[in-house]
Design a binder for this molecule. Structure first.
Ligand code: SF4
Length: 333
């Protein structure tokens, strides 16, 4: 069950006495946020707005919505990072899942020990509080367990779907990665960026699985899109309008490079980058999106859609340089 650190919200409200607040978080936490908002309204007598738009990470804060609502504090719930607040306005509120990994960790530890000596544990924000306990379990079974150091917004052992410092920076000393949580989104990207055996421990199904085959399929799809873009005469570069994904400078840099290579470039800006939104743009042979790299890597588009590392791989390909390691990096932005 997910447990939100509501106490922190109440302490902040008591200390700052805002006239209104807004709550923002992933869809899976909406029901819990409704209960928190009801409590805040009743106890403190102030409006508590729940922002119902999608919220995929700390890159998706929705402060514009808080501005429009006039909310003095925006509680961003459920994407624990190494930073507790963005300025005075945005307060990061932790939410942890209390599900136990005990059973699935023991199953995995007792089965893969003939293959690996040194493991590294990774997870997303909701299971960060479990890393210590699971480390002890794997150590009981004789493994050396290394937890990669956090960097920027990432805590030790934490990965985003596009940022992997705690995994990538130690890939030379690790035999395999163990990802805690039911997230193919995160575990597959660890396998793609490190190219090491990667296992996902699912505490709900009490099962573990290796995700490298799925990662390979995603990588092939990513490479295919690059080859399909090779003969493109016109390229649409899409700037995402979500604040933490806004990368105008990167878009302008890519525009310049593509124009030097003889391509015609159109600059486009949009908030939700979907096939439906992109299809209305005519006369463009391929797109590059400089927002969330997982949009291009994971989603389906009728025309080739490239993320930033894929766009740089396309540039290399045009220059006849190898592109094999394009995703084997610590950050896909
Ligand atoms: S993968 Fe996308 S949604 Fe996740 S942190 Fe990166 S940019 Fe944000």
């Amino acid at each position: 069950m997910m447990v939100i650190d509501e106490q922190r919200m109440y302490e902040v409200i008591c200390a700052r006495k805002p006239r209104s607040v807004a709550l923002n978080g992933p869809e899976g936490l909406i029901t819990k946020m409704q209960a928190s908002a009801d409590y805040i309204s009743e106890k403190f007598g102030i409006p508590a707005y729940i922002i119902g738009d999608t919220c995929w990470g700390s890159c998706d804060l929705n402060t514009q919505a808080a501005d429009m609502l006039g909310a003095e504090i925006l509680f961003h719930i459920g994407h624990t990072i190494a930073i507790e607040a963005f300025g005075e306005r945005v307060i990061m509120i932790n939410a942890y899942d209390d599900v136990s990994f005990d059973g699935v960790a023991r199953k995995c530890a007792s089965s893969i020990n003939k293959y690996y000596k040194t493991l590294s544990l990774l997870t997303d924000s909701q299971h960060l509080n479990q890393i210590g306990k699971v480390k002890e379990i794997f150590e009981e079974y004789g493994y050396r367990v290394v937890i990669g150091k956090g960097k920027g917004q990432l805590n030790d052992g934490q990965v985003f779907g596009c940022e992997f410092y705690p995994a990538f920076d130690i890939h030379n000393i690790v035999d395999a990665y163990i990802f805690l949580g039911q997230s193919r989104f995160h575990s597959v990207s660890v396998a793609m960026s490190t190219e090491k055996p990667t296992y996902m421990l699912d505490p709900y199904l009490d099962e573990y699985s290796q995700v490298n085959d799925i990662a390979q399929t995603f990588k092939k799809k990513a490479i295919l899109s690059i080859y399909k873009s090779l003969d493109a005469k016109s390229i649409g570069i899409i700037i995402g309008l979500k604040e933490g994904q806004f990368a105008k400078i990167q878009a302008l840099k890519l525009k310049k490079i593509f124009e030097q290579l003889g391509k015609r470039v159109q600059l486009i800006a949009m908030t939700n980058i979907t096939d439906k939104h992109v299809q209305v743009f005519k006369g463009i042979d391929a797109f590059v999106e400089v927002a969330c790299p997982r949009i291009a890597i994971d989603d389906h588009f009728s025309k080739p859609m490239l993320s930033v590392p894929q766009a740089f791989a396309l540039i290399k390909l045009i220059k006849n340089e190898p592109i094999e390691d394009m995703l084997k990096i610590h950050h896909w932005l």
